[in-house]
Design a protein around this ligand. Structure first.
Ligand SMILES: Nc1ncnc2c1ncn2[C@@H]1O[C@H](COP(=O)(O)OP(=O)(O)OP(=O)(O)O)[C@@H](O)[C@H]1O
Ligand SMILES: [Mg+2]
Length: 142
């Protein structure tokens, strides 16, 4: 069986944009603005940029709420691959995401289910030095 961690797209040797922030409510907006700026420098479909902003918002919110305590580092990375742009959010917690099926009546537990619907592929992997990465491969053409 192929696991989600084995599917993690390989970053190119150069051209990985990276933002490191301390976990705080403001770090979510910082990650969103960072991704929006990266897309502003290319000629991308507006829908794809919207998806990218939404995906990073969900992943950065999770990193802040579930994957870190105040002051831990949250890292957002973005890069091109042949299959499409990849967004990664790294946090300090070894606890892995537990996606739930999308329901109409739940008030929480829908972020990752929404991400799953919006991207080509997503996954997570523990990192060698502790913590983990949650990644999403966007559709090249939204
Ligand atoms: N970065 C993370 N670190 C640790 N646990 C995580 C992380 N991301 C998600 N999880 C776990 O996976 C669950 C599902 O995440 P998901 O984003 O789908 O829902 P939620 O964050 O609980 O609610 P919502 O996103 O709808 O506000 C979370 O409740 C949490 O237990
Ligand atoms: Mg969430």
């Amino acid at each position: 069986m192929i696991t989600r961690s084995e599917l993690r797209p390989t970053p190119p040797p150069t051209g990985v944009a990276e933002l490191e922030v301390k976990s705080a409510p403001e770090s979510i907006k910082a990650a969103r603005d960072f991704v929006a700026d990266w897309f502003a420098n290319g000629s991308f479909d507006r829908d794809l940029v919207y998806v990218a902003r939404t995906v990073v918002t969900e992943l950065a919110t999770n990193a802040h709420r579930h994957g870190s305590t105040k002051g831990d580092t949250i890292t957002t990375r973005i890069f091109h691959t042949d299959a499409g742009p990849v967004i990664e959010v790294l946090d300090a917690s070894a606890k892995l995401p537990t996606p739930k099926p999308l329901t109409l009546d739940g008030l929480t537990g829908r972020g990752l289910a929404m991400v799953d619907l919006m991207v080509s592929l997503w996954g997570y992997a523990p990192l060698p030095d502790g913590g983990k990465v949650v990644w999403a491969l966007l559709r090249a053409h939204a």
